[in-house]
Design a protein around this ligand. Structure first.
Ligand code: INI
Length: 156
């Protein structure tokens, strides 16, 4: 691979402006995703003054607020964090589906990368596992993917 021109993103968060868009619904879980993401971004050089946390009611509201943030031109990347738990709602599929589709649409239409840190699980136990216990932390994973994507896009 040495002679092939390769573009890849560095995990360097210095001077980048991030919006961390997080739901209040299931805040017990989502607060862990936020902490993980902030810890990750800070350890990769992010300036705390360039991080903004926006709290919103639930996952269904993620796309509309994400759209406004993307259109503001104030952010290099937006990290969407939330948790939709099937056990907690009969309309799981609608909430999770609309949030996922809407966030993808915002990223594609605006060109501003959106980190997808929305947990969709069958149970509270699974959500806990993915919020900083035995299955890692989805907030960290999404922050890392977002950082890499921002840095790749800057080179294209
Ligand atoms: N919102 C979530 O973020 N997670 C859920 O698990 C959830 N459940 O269980 O229903 C949920 N519902 C609220 C929804 O996102 C909206 O905030 C609400 O319908 C008002 O528009």
């Amino acid at each position: 691979m040495r002679d092939i021109h390769t573009i890849e993103g560095q995990y360097d968060a210095r001077n980048l402006r991030f919006a961390i868009l997080a739901t209040r619904f299931n805040d017990f879980i989502v607060d862990r995703l936020i902490s993980g993401a902030i810890d990750y971004l800070s350890r990769h050089g992010a300036d705390p003054d360039k991080l903004t946390i926006i709290r919103i009611p639930g996952a269904f509201e993620l796309p509309v607020v994400c759209k406004k943030l993307a259109e503001s031109g104030q952010y290099d990347g937006i990290l969407a964090l939330g948790a939709v738990i099937r056990g907690a709602t009969p309309h799981f599929d609608f909430v999770a589906g609309e949030a996922t589709k809407g966030l993808a649409q915002v990223a594609l239409q605006s060109g501003v990368p959106v980190g997808f840190g929305l947990l969709t699980t069958d149970s509270i136990e699974q959500a806990i596992e993915r919020a900083g216990t035995k299955a890692g932390n989805k907030g960290v994973e999404a922050a890392s993917a977002l950082l890499e994507t921002v840095r790749v896009l800057q080179q294209l």
